[in-house]
Design a binder for this molecule. Sequence first.
Ligand code: NAD
Ligand code: LMR
Length: 441
Amino acid sequence: MKKFSVVIAGGGSTYTPGIVMMLLDNLDRFPLRKLKLYDNDGARQAVLGEALDIVMKEKAPDIEYSFTTDPEEAFTDVDFCFAHIRTGKYEMREKDEKIPLKHGVVGQETCGPGGIAYGMRSIGDMVEMIDLMEKYSPDCWMLNYSNPAAIVAEACRVLRPNSKVLNICDMPVGTLRRISYIIGKEPSDLEVRYFGLNHFGWWTSIKDKEGNEYLPQIRDYVAENGYLTQKEVDTQHTDASWQDTHKKAKDLLAVDPRFLPNTYLKYYLYPDYVVEHSNPEFTRANEVIAGREKTVFSTARTIVERGTAEGCEFEMGAHATFVVDLARAIAFNTHERMLLIVENNGAIANFDDDAMVEVPCIVGSNGPEPLSQGKIPAFQRALMYQQVTVEKLVVEAYIEGSYQKLWQALTLSKTVPSAQVAKEILDDLIEANRGYWPELN
Ligand code: NAD
Ligand code: LMR
């Protein structure tokens, strides 16, 4: 079987060790000849990079492994770039979450004003990275799961329309794990229909390979329990705040019991509830810093101190096998069915062609082919149109340096009550994002 060279961009990410462990666990399906980490923060990456050096020597000495901050070294001779960068790191995530909350508005990394702020920071870095990839490895594919994926995907569509970039999200993957557990199946047993935007969508059908429909059964369960399951099957979304989110799905379902909702819809359908249940002094960024970041980096330091990973292993990011599935689909033309963020072009029949939507696609060597999802109801269509317009306005504001358009984007967000509040939040975000955002006029 052909062997591949992969660079993980955002090598210092808390997800990197989990992805590496998952890659090592999948070498029979996706063999590697080279694995590199790339980050623009050398000190942060080195902690994980050195620990993973020990892991790689112990578990897969035949794979050439390195970590670097040099783009030429990182992007030369690579077949796939797995990208999970966070422009501004947790320091800025905290501001994305806390500034809107100060104004009584949802503070979240991808939804509402926080997502808009994060998007404005990420577009430049993402485009620069795509250019570096194309310069040094023109045939390379970027599998991007950096957030805010909806805005990043729209920016790619507008600014780099011909680049080999696929945008994907782990939330539907995690929820599908829960759904399959609820009906006693494996995710791979199921074929779904789904429509929406990233962090903004609905499952309309969950069938097994024989064509049996499980949606009514799952709906009965979710109406009572949300997506909370007895056993923790979605290892990615387990913290206390996530348990609340899984539970809240029952109230999302109540709004339209025909379809199963994406959990992120809570920020748009119940923003008042979210604000009431947020602690403006301790947001999700703080939970991650005190939890995942601390655990991952202290494990890395212990491995380096001991000089071995024996007895102190990184946890495998089992949920992240979707990245390998996607890479395999391209590398081996597997025609796997996966949810991706793609240009609509008729997949949702009564929605704009140029909207970046999240729908099931068949993925092969030439990339994704979106599957037709038919027409969608007025309620979802109107919500999606409002939100996709927010995302488009953000990208236009970035390109044109337009204060007006960014103010409109914030005003239009369903999470923001008025143009006045939008302006107050925007002015605070501009101050906090100096040096990250383009100058706005
Ligand atoms: P993190 O802050 O731990 O890691 C991000 C890394 O990216 C940092 O080391 C940072 O230095 C680096 N970075 C920032 N800008 C860069 C650039 N221009 N070039 C190279 N490196 C750069 O963040 P995290 O919580 O581990 O999340 C990483 C990303 O993955 C975020 O965008 C997050 O939203 C996204 N994410 C992915 C998944 C998934 O399942 N794949 C799930 C949740 C979040
Ligand atoms: C994370 O930090 O894990 C996120 O990007 C998603 C979440 O769990 O808030």
